[in-house]
Design a protein around this ligand. Structure first.
Ligand code: HEC
Length: 124
Protein backbone atom coordinates (compact mmCIF):
# COMPACT_ATOMS: atom_id res chain seq x y z
CA UNK A 1 0.00 0.00 0.00
CA UNK A 2 2.73 2.44 1.00
CA UNK A 3 4.79 1.42 -2.00
CA UNK A 4 1.79 1.99 -4.28
CA UNK A 5 1.21 5.43 -2.87
CA UNK A 6 4.84 6.35 -3.49
CA UNK A 7 4.54 5.27 -7.08
CA UNK A 8 1.40 7.38 -7.48
CA UNK A 9 3.16 10.43 -6.10
CA UNK A 10 6.15 9.90 -8.35
CA UNK A 11 3.87 9.49 -11.34
CA UNK A 12 2.05 12.68 -10.47
CA UNK A 13 5.27 14.59 -10.01
CA UNK A 14 6.45 13.38 -13.37
CA UNK A 15 3.17 14.45 -14.96
CA UNK A 16 3.16 17.77 -13.17
CA UNK A 17 6.63 18.57 -14.40
CA UNK A 18 5.23 18.58 -17.90
CA UNK A 19 2.18 20.70 -17.17
CA UNK A 20 1.87 24.28 -18.25
CA UNK A 21 -0.13 25.14 -15.14
CA UNK A 22 2.81 24.76 -12.81
CA UNK A 23 1.21 27.06 -10.23
CA UNK A 24 -1.69 24.69 -9.81
CA UNK A 25 0.39 21.57 -10.25
CA UNK A 26 2.49 22.58 -7.27
CA UNK A 27 -0.59 21.90 -5.14
CA UNK A 28 -1.26 18.49 -6.66
CA UNK A 29 -2.86 15.97 -4.37
CA UNK A 30 -1.33 12.65 -3.50
CA UNK A 31 -4.30 10.94 -5.11
CA UNK A 32 -4.99 10.39 -8.77
CA UNK A 33 -8.38 11.46 -10.02
CA UNK A 34 -10.61 9.54 -12.38
CA UNK A 35 -13.23 11.31 -14.48
CA UNK A 36 -15.11 8.04 -14.77
CA UNK A 37 -15.26 7.51 -11.02
CA UNK A 38 -16.68 11.02 -10.73
CA UNK A 39 -19.75 9.97 -12.71
CA UNK A 40 -21.11 8.54 -9.48
CA UNK A 41 -20.52 11.82 -7.63
CA UNK A 42 -21.37 14.72 -9.92
CA UNK A 43 -25.05 14.46 -9.16
CA UNK A 44 -24.15 16.56 -6.13
CA UNK A 45 -22.89 19.35 -8.36
CA UNK A 46 -24.95 19.36 -11.54
CA UNK A 47 -27.89 21.22 -10.03
CA UNK A 48 -25.70 24.30 -9.78
CA UNK A 49 -22.67 23.71 -11.97
CA UNK A 50 -24.47 22.29 -14.95
CA UNK A 51 -22.95 22.05 -18.37
CA UNK A 52 -23.07 23.70 -20.85
CA UNK A 53 -25.09 26.65 -19.63
CA UNK A 54 -23.62 26.69 -16.11
CA UNK A 55 -26.43 28.85 -14.81
CA UNK A 56 -27.99 28.03 -11.47
CA UNK A 57 -31.58 28.58 -10.45
CA UNK A 58 -30.44 28.26 -6.90
CA UNK A 59 -29.18 30.05 -4.96
CA UNK A 60 -30.53 32.97 -6.91
CA UNK A 61 -28.14 35.59 -5.63
CA UNK A 62 -24.96 33.76 -6.60
CA UNK A 63 -23.34 33.46 -9.92
CA UNK A 64 -22.08 29.91 -10.13
CA UNK A 65 -18.64 29.57 -11.69
CA UNK A 66 -18.26 27.36 -14.73
CA UNK A 67 -16.20 24.29 -13.93
CA UNK A 68 -16.09 22.64 -17.35
CA UNK A 69 -12.63 22.92 -18.85
CA UNK A 70 -11.11 24.22 -15.64
CA UNK A 71 -7.76 22.79 -14.56
CA UNK A 72 -8.26 19.56 -12.57
CA UNK A 73 -5.74 20.43 -9.86
CA UNK A 74 -7.31 23.87 -9.47
CA UNK A 75 -10.76 22.35 -8.92
CA UNK A 76 -9.47 19.83 -6.41
CA UNK A 77 -7.53 22.47 -4.49
CA UNK A 78 -10.52 24.87 -4.51
CA UNK A 79 -12.67 22.09 -3.03
CA UNK A 80 -10.02 21.39 -0.40
CA UNK A 81 -9.97 25.10 0.47
CA UNK A 82 -13.76 25.09 1.00
CA UNK A 83 -13.44 22.01 3.18
CA UNK A 84 -10.71 23.63 5.28
CA UNK A 85 -12.64 26.86 5.56
CA UNK A 86 -10.08 28.91 3.63
CA UNK A 87 -12.84 29.61 1.15
CA UNK A 88 -15.99 30.85 2.83
CA UNK A 89 -18.99 30.19 0.62
CA UNK A 90 -21.39 28.33 2.98
CA UNK A 91 -23.01 25.98 0.46
CA UNK A 92 -19.74 24.98 -1.12
CA UNK A 93 -18.21 24.50 2.32
CA UNK A 94 -21.04 22.15 3.29
CA UNK A 95 -20.68 20.20 0.06
CA UNK A 96 -16.89 19.99 0.20
CA UNK A 97 -17.04 18.79 3.80
CA UNK A 98 -18.59 15.56 2.53
CA UNK A 99 -15.90 14.94 -0.08
CA UNK A 100 -12.75 12.85 0.37
CA UNK A 101 -9.45 13.75 -1.28
CA UNK A 102 -10.21 11.03 -3.80
CA UNK A 103 -13.64 12.55 -4.54
CA UNK A 104 -12.06 15.96 -5.10
CA UNK A 105 -9.44 14.56 -7.46
CA UNK A 106 -12.11 12.60 -9.37
CA UNK A 107 -14.37 15.65 -9.71
CA UNK A 108 -11.43 17.74 -10.85
CA UNK A 109 -10.67 15.28 -13.63
CA UNK A 110 -14.34 15.07 -14.57
CA UNK A 111 -14.77 18.80 -15.04
CA UNK A 112 -11.38 19.28 -16.66
CA UNK A 113 -12.44 17.20 -19.65
CA UNK A 114 -15.76 19.03 -20.12
CA UNK A 115 -16.09 21.85 -22.60
CA UNK A 116 -18.94 24.10 -23.66
CA UNK A 117 -19.54 21.74 -26.56
CA UNK A 118 -19.55 18.57 -24.45
CA UNK A 119 -22.83 16.71 -24.63
CA UNK A 120 -25.20 17.50 -21.82
CA UNK A 121 -24.41 15.68 -18.65
CA UNK A 122 -26.86 12.78 -18.48
CA UNK A 123 -27.29 13.41 -14.76
CA UNK A 124 -28.29 17.01 -15.26
C1 HEC B 1 -26.14 24.88 -4.29
C2 HEC B 1 -25.36 25.17 -5.48
C3 HEC B 1 -24.02 24.47 -5.64
C4 HEC B 1 -23.76 23.13 -5.62
C5 HEC B 1 -24.75 21.98 -5.40
C6 HEC B 1 -22.34 22.98 -5.87
N1 HEC B 1 -21.77 24.21 -6.03
FE1 HEC B 1 -19.80 24.58 -6.36
N2 HEC B 1 -20.16 26.58 -6.25
C7 HEC B 1 -21.39 27.17 -6.09
C8 HEC B 1 -21.24 28.61 -5.97
C9 HEC B 1 -22.35 29.62 -5.77
C10 HEC B 1 -19.84 28.86 -6.08
C11 HEC B 1 -19.12 30.22 -5.96
C12 HEC B 1 -18.76 30.32 -4.49
C13 HEC B 1 -17.78 31.38 -4.14
O1 HEC B 1 -17.95 32.51 -4.59
O2 HEC B 1 -16.84 31.03 -3.39
C14 HEC B 1 -19.20 27.56 -6.27
C15 HEC B 1 -17.84 27.39 -6.42
C16 HEC B 1 -17.23 26.19 -6.73
C17 HEC B 1 -15.83 26.02 -7.05
C18 HEC B 1 -14.80 27.12 -7.16
C19 HEC B 1 -14.71 27.53 -8.59
C20 HEC B 1 -13.69 28.62 -8.87
O3 HEC B 1 -13.55 28.98 -10.05
O4 HEC B 1 -13.05 29.12 -7.95
C21 HEC B 1 -15.63 24.70 -7.30
C22 HEC B 1 -14.34 24.03 -7.70
C23 HEC B 1 -16.91 24.04 -7.11
N3 HEC B 1 -17.85 24.96 -6.77
C24 HEC B 1 -17.11 22.69 -7.27
C25 HEC B 1 -18.29 22.02 -6.96
C26 HEC B 1 -18.45 20.60 -6.99
C27 HEC B 1 -17.36 19.62 -7.45
C28 HEC B 1 -19.71 20.33 -6.59
C29 HEC B 1 -20.32 18.96 -6.36
C30 HEC B 1 -19.62 18.08 -5.46
C31 HEC B 1 -20.36 21.60 -6.33
N4 HEC B 1 -19.46 22.61 -6.56
C32 HEC B 1 -21.68 21.76 -5.94
C33 HEC B 1 -22.60 26.51 -6.02
C34 HEC B 1 -22.76 25.15 -5.90
Amino acid sequence: MIAMKKITILTQLALCAGLAFTGFAAQAEDVKGSAQAANAKVWLCTGCHSIPDYRADYPLVYRVPMLGGQNAAYIASALAAYKKGERKHPTMRAIAASLSDQDMADLGEYYAVQTASSPNNPLK
